[in-house]
Design a protein around this ligand. Sequence first.
Ligand code: COI
Length: 382
Amino acid sequence: MASTQHTPTVLEAAADQALPAADELAGRFPLTPNPAPAPDREYAGTMEELSFGRKFTDHMAHMRWTRDGGWQDRGVVPYGPLALPPGASVLHYCQSVFEGIKAYRHADGSVWTFRPGYNAARINHSAHRLALPQIDRGDFVASLVDYVRADQKWVPGVDGSSLYLRPFMFASEEFVGVHPAGVVDYYVIGSPSGPYFTGGFAGVPIWVVRGYHRAGPGGTGSAKAGGNYAASLLPQVEAERRGFSQVCFLDTYEEKYLEELGGMNMFVVMADGSVKTPELSGVILEGCTRSAILRLLRDGGVGVSEERIALDELVAGIRLGAVAEVFACGTAAVVTPISRLASDDFDVELPVGDVTRRIHERLTDIQMGRAEDPYGWTYRLV
Ligand code: COI
């Protein structure tokens, strides 16, 4: 049943708690400047030809946790290779979690991020599931503040660009017993980025995969755990071989209901204007962008429902015209139209529609400071 009412989830409620201003948090991660920053030519080349996630800035934020000492050694240090013993737990058992968040340059040159409290809450949700330590939200946000302040020249300013921030945490203890690590490292690195999908707003073709699953009940699906993404790679390679950009996973038991793409949530726009997205089942990731879109739609008076969406009904709806648009969303992907959905037994095309365009515009206008932010989602870093 479509509704405009909503009870905030645990992550949304945590994200709504006010954060100290960046100036109050700054300095928790003191800077050790990189003695060999990227040469001017390399820097200019990176900023002129923005890709996604291939080039990184001069520094990274870091802190280390030990079972006896807690979090310590906070700092922003030169970006560079990590020295890990081959026996480090993460290399064997994938005890690692990460976040995706962006720094945006507004027209006046200031630099902002989007709902950092949400990502702070989610990394702790993920860390809990992976038996990793909790991070103080002030430390999480301070790591973004100090890192972005050190590398602010790397935040691009062109439309659709950002400094993609990748906070991550992993088990670095040298121990191959299957046991939660007693030493954990946390880093934030950043990549000056253009759009995740290079085809712009033209839409991406998605292969609906059967026989492979990303996560199951009681598993790590709602955590942003590296292993979930590893599990999506083989089906993705097979989908790419068929000419598709990403896969859509179905539920584990019946292979009947939509879950999520390899790294994004999904929305379905009905011809009557209402919008649906797969419900939070404990298996899919509770996306920050998903949550923001739900709020924007509800506040715009759109009937929105979080529910189980059956694939066969979706395909029939597309064929009959009851479904008008389908789009993917995530921090990296923002709002990306889905132009084609296919599997062994169907192949349907979709237009890039107005609802997808409007929600993309509304969200990015807030993120880029082109529109007022009535929600307090934007957070000034610099
Ligand atoms: C993001 O949208 O930030 C993600 O983490 C998805 C993907 C790039 C892994």
